[in-house]
Design a protein around this ligand. Sequence first.
Ligand code: ADP
Length: 585
Amino acid sequence: MFLSLILGEDKSWPFLQRLWREQIRFYPKRILLIVISTIFMAGLTALYPLVIKRALDMFKDNDPRILYQIPALVVMVTAAKAASQYIQTLSVQDLVLQIIRGLQKKMFLHLVHADISLVEKEAPAQLSARFTTDALSIREAMIRMVNAFGDAITVISLIVSMFYMDWELSLIAALLYPIAAVPIQKLGKRVRKASGNMQEQVGKTAALLNETFSQARTVRVYGMEKREIRRLGQSFDQLYDATLKIIRGRAKVDPIMEVLGGSAVAAVLGFAGWRAAMGGATLGDFSGFVAALLLAARPLRALGSLNAAMQEGISGLNRIFNIIDQPIKIKDKMNALPLPNGKGKIQFQNVHFIYPDREVGLHGLNFEIEPGQTVALVGPSGAGKSTALTLIPRLHDIQQGQIIFDGVDLRNIKIHELRSAIAYVPQDPLLFDMSIIDNIRIGNPYASKEEIEKVLEGAAINRFLGDLPKGLDTNVGHGGQCLSGGQRQRIALARALIRNPRLLLLDEATSALDTESEHVIQKALAKLRRDCTTLIVAHRLSTIRTAHVIIVVSDGKVVEQGNHDYLMKQQGMYARLIQTQNLDY
Ligand code: ADP
């Protein structure tokens, strides 16, 4: 009865059990400390009314010992309670924070390895909300739960001391409290639902804010301010509504408890008054009893509102577990192979890949690239060229067919080793908010000074270093926004080059590089290409012409293949793309 009053629905149990299994039980010493200090604290609170009763009884009997016994007793009890309270608060907070940290680390570990499609399904701010707002509500609920344990002991010991002082009065008071259970349970359910909505809304608002601020330039130039103000305004309104719903639920609990508590005190006073008139109990008994009743009010009220706070925490926990439980599909097979020896031969055999919930993708892609070759993928926009690149480092897994890397289906190779042989430069690379050199070193943390010098030259980075205040140590800002698009691309390229990859994947930017840098980079790439296979989603004619093989992709299929001269002679799609200059779309 007591537990169900606190926990409301049984649905909370599995979450709490799991939290216990996965986090809490690993801290047995701390739990013991919390239990002991909580019992101490609660038990000492229950001594207060007994001290009052003793004082009043001595007072009535004109006992001279009241002068030194009672003050000493009061100081001892309060000091002991204060000390146990201090220890209890610290140990509870520490345990709860450790558990939250454990959940955060577990969730991050999962997300950092999770399939890219899973991570990209939600806005980054929505995901971060799981680490902040949800963690906060769980923390709140857990602290309340431990305190509830203390409150329950306080109430039980107060009830014991009440029965010890006056069992008849105790019975009257005790009858009234359980009536509170029903409305409080109902409120708990409602709060849980409202809490889910609110947390969701917090995430959505954060995602919208993130979008508006990260696209601050577009917002201004396209005069989107009013639209954004309206959009965010609506989101703030919904957040207000969702939060108010919880507050409404929570706000009802205290008054209900207050009224019930008041009725209990009134009934007790009435009964005690009637009995005093009949010449019953002592003043000490009565005062001690009323003191106990009043002391019990706060912990009882806290217990009453616990369900609501718990439900908020449970719904946060639910969302965190939902993330942790999402299966990771792209992972090493049981008997995954090491990276095969080879020079970077790639074969796409009847490769099918369709994005989840979409019809688009690749529908039977076939081609073969010999080691050391440079292959340009060209074709209309949306044909599936970039998608084909992402399949090689297994950012997505194909649904049919196979991609063979140096003789082995790449799904059989250990992912870590496979990726270590690949360098990838996306079309519009974002950099990490750190120095240029650190951004480059991501490609190979063990690169020597000479190797770095070489790629700085190769990726034409030396050309703009002089303009930067701290040269290589200049911080690039959030996403690399303190640099131009072309500079960002060159840093991303340097990162790829320093990896010394077996396979280089380039998603060529359409316009980020100036002609001169492009020339330098082409030269560096030409040198590198001798040692590695290069697959470029190409938009520039200059890149395409230097490729050994051009693969023309349309609607997720290869429609033509050959070098520039051959394909021009065919007068097919490639010739049309070149003639209409449609390569940049
Ligand atoms: P290309 O590089 O040839 O321009 P893409 O490979 O980028 O084409 O895209 C191929 C198709 O897949 C397009 O229709 C595009 O809308 C769709 N697409 C690309 N990325 C995603 C994604 N993450 N989720 C769903 N669909 C996508």
